[in-house]
Design a protein around this ligand. Sequence first.
Ligand SMILES: *[C@@H]1O[C@H](CO)[C@@H](O)[C@H](O)[C@H]1NC(C)=O
Ligand SMILES: *[C@@H]1O[C@H](CO)[C@@H](O)[C@H](O)[C@H]1NC(C)=O
Ligand SMILES: *[C@@H]1O[C@H](CO)[C@@H](O)[C@H](O)[C@H]1NC(C)=O
Ligand SMILES: *[C@@H]1O[C@H](CO)[C@@H](O)[C@H](O)[C@H]1NC(C)=O
Ligand SMILES: *[C@@H]1O[C@H](CO)[C@@H](O)[C@H](O)[C@H]1NC(C)=O
Ligand SMILES: *[C@@H]1O[C@H](CO)[C@@H](O)[C@H](O)[C@H]1NC(C)=O
Ligand SMILES: *[C@@H]1O[C@H](CO)[C@@H](O)[C@H](O)[C@H]1NC(C)=O
Ligand SMILES: *[C@@H]1O[C@H](CO)[C@@H](O)[C@H](O)[C@H]1NC(C)=O
Ligand SMILES: *[C@@H]1O[C@H](CO)[C@@H](O)[C@H](O)[C@H]1NC(C)=O
Ligand SMILES: *[C@@H]1O[C@H](CO)[C@@H](O)[C@H](O)[C@H]1NC(C)=O
Length: 361
Amino acid sequence: MACAFSNTCRAVIVFIWAALTLLTVHVASATNISIHVAASETEGQALLNSGWWKDRIPHNTSDHCKWVGIICDYEGSITLIDLEESNIKGELGRLNFSCFPNLQYLDLWNNSLSGRIPSQIGSLSNLKYLGLAQNNLTGTVPKEIGSLRNLEILCLNSNNLHGIIPKEIGSLRFLEVLELSSNNLNGTIPKEIGSLRNLVDLDLNSNNLNGTIPKEIGSLRNLVMLDLSSNNLNGIIPKEIGSLRFLEVLELSSNNLNGTIPKEIGSLRNLVGLDLSSNNLNGIIPKEIGSSRIIEALFLDSNKLSGVLSQEIGNLKSLISLSVTNNTLGGPIPSTLFRLMNLKYLSLGFNQFNSTIPREI
Ligand SMILES: *[C@@H]1O[C@H](CO)[C@@H](O)[C@H](O)[C@H]1NC(C)=O
Ligand SMILES: *[C@@H]1O[C@H](CO)[C@@H](O)[C@H](O)[C@H]1NC(C)=O
Ligand SMILES: *[C@@H]1O[C@H](CO)[C@@H](O)[C@H](O)[C@H]1NC(C)=O
Ligand SMILES: *[C@@H]1O[C@H](CO)[C@@H](O)[C@H](O)[C@H]1NC(C)=O
Ligand SMILES: *[C@@H]1O[C@H](CO)[C@@H](O)[C@H](O)[C@H]1NC(C)=O
Ligand SMILES: *[C@@H]1O[C@H](CO)[C@@H](O)[C@H](O)[C@H]1NC(C)=O
Ligand SMILES: *[C@@H]1O[C@H](CO)[C@@H](O)[C@H](O)[C@H]1NC(C)=O
Ligand SMILES: *[C@@H]1O[C@H](CO)[C@@H](O)[C@H](O)[C@H]1NC(C)=O
Ligand SMILES: *[C@@H]1O[C@H](CO)[C@@H](O)[C@H](O)[C@H]1NC(C)=O
Ligand SMILES: *[C@@H]1O[C@H](CO)[C@@H](O)[C@H](O)[C@H]1NC(C)=O
């Protein structure tokens, strides 16, 4: 979600960064100029060596702080590199990550970068934003990523990364956004993920992750969006998920989850979207599911749910889409369903309901 930033949103972020960087101009004190000129020459040279700035040097200036997509601090050291959607091709490793000790923001979203994420990425110790999504990166997520202790946003989604999610990711205590979706990551979700107490958005969808959903996920008290769909996760939905009081979107569809839907899901009062479809969930639909008055989408289709659809479903006044198709639900279709004025999409087929849809609809 957060990594699919709209251009406006991205522009605002870059603007805020620029403002913060300029601020340091006024507060920075006198410094040893000769050292800093040398340091900044190394940085400029590293940009040139990447080959990415050939056509991005306005008026041929040798001052790399004036090049496209670059912001420096007062001392001429680079704090921001932003070449999103810039048609860059070739290996990511052509940029020498050892050369930017003050880099805080690196955005290379939606280019055609290939090759591995170099382990030298770990030397960017001041990095707060790392955006490499929507490229063609291969290899694994290097464990050195755990050295980026100041990281707030990590987007590696939509690449060809394989291997495991390194447990070192648990060291990123300031992380707010973790987007690893649409790769080929396998292994389990490391329980260390429970240390990321500032996480707002966790998106691991469309990988090959297996094993269970770690109960430690219940420690992520600030989560707003959790997407683990389209993996091979098995076992139960941990009841700890009920601790995620700010959760707005819960996507667990297309896994092999079994057991029952935990009634604790009823504690998620901010839930707007819930998708548990295409799993092996059995038992009844807990009536607690009727507690989120703002839920708009509820997908429970293609499971093994049984029992009846309770009258409480009529409490979900904001519901726009409801699908329970392809389960073994029985009994009558609740009449309260037809009081849901916002409902636009309703799918009840392939069940064993013993009443027909009332005429009121
Ligand atoms: C600046 O750095 C140089 C080289 O390290 C050193 O010789 C010089 O004394 C320093 N000057 C100041 C004012 O600190
Ligand atoms: C930029 O500099 C190169 C060599 O330093 C020169 O060949 C080229 O003509 C210059 N371009 C402009 C637009 O000044
Ligand atoms: C990257 O920069 C570091 C530090 O300047 C240097 O030691 C190293 O050789 C460089 N690596 C490459 C591949 O150029
Ligand atoms: C990525 O950039 C290309 C142009 O280089 C554009 O056609 C495409 O829509 C962009 N992808 C996304 C997801 O925005
Ligand atoms: C990504 O890389 C693979 C192999 O490395 C290549 O076949 C494919 O065309 C590349 N895709 C893009 C969009 O560059
Ligand atoms: C992940 O997949 C690779 C092949 O790409 C395999 O060698 C490795 O054993 C798998 N690891 C796990 C933990 O499933
Ligand atoms: C995950 O899949 C791999 C490869 O198929 C297998 O070796 C491993 O036991 C599985 N792990 C779990 C926890 O199911
Ligand atoms: C869920 O599936 C696992 C195997 O993946 C099995 O060990 C467990 O007993 C099942 N649990 C329930 C509640 O069906
Ligand atoms: C119905 O659900 C089962 C899993 O419970 C799935 O295998 C099957 O493909 C689904 N059928 C349809 C028509 O979606
Ligand atoms: C439908 O099933 C319920 C129990 O599941 C039963 O009480 C009711 O009488 C049935 N209605 C009809 C019309 O068969």
